[in-house]
Design a protein. Structure first.
Length: 326
């Protein structure tokens, strides 16, 4: 019968049989799927696995530490971190078009990940070892839809074997192929993956890059990161995480509005709260959050983030609006 423990036992055996003594690579995005897939492979073949995290500087507050510190402490994986924050900022300088942002972030991500793969292959080669496998957090719904559907426009679609350069051909290890999201979470918990990662709500691959309406700069990222952290903290404190599919916080960097803060008038930026309820992100409704929670979030953001003088609530369903603003 189905238990997380049985799934782990079966997959550990299957991974050992598939991989043998070869070395394995996995990209860790910070999301649930790649984290649980990596933890399973680590359980099966230990140090034969090397994980790579590309720090593109577009994560929310605390998320990089969750991967680099908490996930590593909990699972013991070998992790290589590429600090590429400057590279992504330069590539995004002056860009405001949403699809162009996505393309740039996707392109740079692949380049960095391929560099990292080449380094790992070269290091292994120096020890007479071969890197033969790439781990992917493909889930059952991805398999049946084949193509991944919405939200999968990240590593999953880019790193199917056929799309890799000639010197980087790997066989895929996909230990989550038979599982639904809830099952992946149960397996992750059983493996001791930190709860913040296991229960994480959906977050787009391009990260905060597509939650800044306007240019992605270090300054705008800092403002948005602080506002987003407050909103998430208050929603969690109010016990609302289970009710909300996700709640993007969007910085309208291109918009200014007049406010009065402290001693005088300000000309700051608005942020938008976009809480949505959904089953699968294909359609969504705006979540009727309690007024007192909205009030606390608004007060705290405008008090604690000097650059923001207005908090607005998005009350549009999907369709016609998408969940994200870009
Ligand atoms: P939309 O905005 O299209 O979002 O209603 C549907 C779901 O997909 C996520 N999303 C993305 N995920 N790369 C991703 O990995 C993307 O470029 C991307 N755009 C949107 C969004 O957060 C929501 O869960």
């Amino acid at each position: 019968d189905w238990t997380p423990g049985n799934v782990i036992a079966d997959q550990v055996a299957a991974i050992k049989a598939q991989v043998g003594d070869a070395r394995v690579i996995c990209a860790l995005s910070g999301g649930v799927d790649s984290a649980v897939a990596a933890a399973l492979v680590q359980r099966a073949v230990g140090d034969q696995l090397t994980c790579v995290h590309v720090d593109h500087g577009l994560m929310r507050e605390g998320e990089v530490e969750q991967i680099e510190r908490d996930f590593v402490a909990a699972t013991g994986v070998n992790l290589v971190v590429r600090d590429e924050r400057e590279r992504f900022l330069s590539a995004l300088a002056g860009v405001t078009d949403p699809e162009t942002k996505r393309k740039i972030i996707g392109r740079e991500f692949i380049r960095v990940f391929e560099d990292a793969q080449r380094d790992i292959v070269a290091q292994a080669g120096a020890h007479g070892e071969e890197v033969k496998f790439l781990v992917q957090g493909t889930l059952y719904p991805d398999v049946v839809e084949s193509g991944g559907g919405e939200g999968a426009a990240n590593i999953k679609s880019h790193h199917n074997v056929g799309g890799l350069p000639d010197d980087l051909t790997f066989e895929l290890v996909e230990p989550l192929r038979a599982l639904f999201k809830d099952e992946v979470r149960a397996v992750g918990r059983e493996l001791g993956v930190p709860e913040e990662i296991v229960s994480r709500q959906p977050f787009p691959g391009p990260g905060l890059g597509i939650r800044i309406i306007g240019e992605v700069t270090a300054h705008n990222l800092d403002i948005l990161r602080r506002a987003d952290a407050i909103a998430r903290e208050e929603l969690t404190a109010a016990g609302l995480d289970g009710e909300i599919w996700q709640c993007p916080v969007v910085l309208l960097a291109d918009v200014r509005s007049v406010g009065v803060q402290g001693d005088g008038r300000t000309y700051g930026h608005p942020v938008v709260l976009r809480p949505v309820s959904s089953e699968d992100a294909m359609t969504a409704d705006w979540t009727r959050l309690p007024y007192d929670v909205l009030a606390t979030i608004s007060t705290r953001i405008t008090n604690e983030v000097r650059e923001i003088n207005r908090v607005v609530l998005d009350v549009t369903s999907k369709p016609p609006a998408t969940i994200e603003w870009e």
